[in-house]
Design a protein around this ligand. Structure first.
Ligand code: MG
Length: 171
């Protein structure tokens, strides 16, 4: 059993990761309707990864005999008028999740919960990568998004992204 505050924050994080999956599904839907299947693919894979994040925390809590309460997942409430709105909302959301992971890390540090700190190390690194990916998307869109031919090529590049299971495995 972990420190109560750490355990409660991890429980909340399960919900945040599942909300992230929901948000990325909404983004997938936006691009699917636009006919940009590569962008849609990219966000579908994001959604799968977020579900993985939730499941990793879920499993970690179970392995440590923490009580888990599953709450309602909020409705994605972002309005997208243009492609860049989606990309920027993605980056903003990842920055929010990074702050959330850091808050749990800080609580674990204060509680001298070294096991959770080690577990969260993977998430700290993952968030760095998520933010880099989200920023790269914005940069590419700024460079190529305005021109139809370039957008087509960017869409083709994003269509090639494939899902891979997280490198962190919990038994
Ligand atoms: Mg995540």
């Amino acid at each position: 059993m972990l420190n109560k505050k750490v355990s409660d924050l991890l429980n909340e994080q399960i919900n945040k990761e599942l909300y992230s999956a929901y948000l990325y599904l909404d983004m997938n839907n936006y691009f699917d309707k636009r006919g940009l299947n590569g962008f849609a693919n990219w966000y579908m894979i994001q959604a799968q990864e977020e579900r993985d994040h939730a499941m990793l925390i879920y499993k970690y809590m179970q392995n440590n005999d923490c009580p888990i309460t599953l709450g309602a997942i909020a409705k994605p409430d972002k309005k997208f008028k243009k492609d860049m709105d989606v990309l920027k909302a993605g980056l903003e959301h990842e920055e929010y999740v990074t702050a959330s992971i850091h808050t749990i890390y800080e609580a674990a540090y204060k509680a001298k919960d070294f096991r959770t700190m080690q577990f969260l190390d993977w998430f700290v690194k993952e968030q760095g990568e998520e933010e880099t990916n989200a920023r790269d998307m914005i940069t590419k869109m700024e460079l190529f998004g305005a021109d139809a031919k370039s957008l087509y090529m960017l869409n083709s590049e994003l269509a090639a992204r494939t899902y891979s299971a997280p490198s962190l495995v919990l038994d």
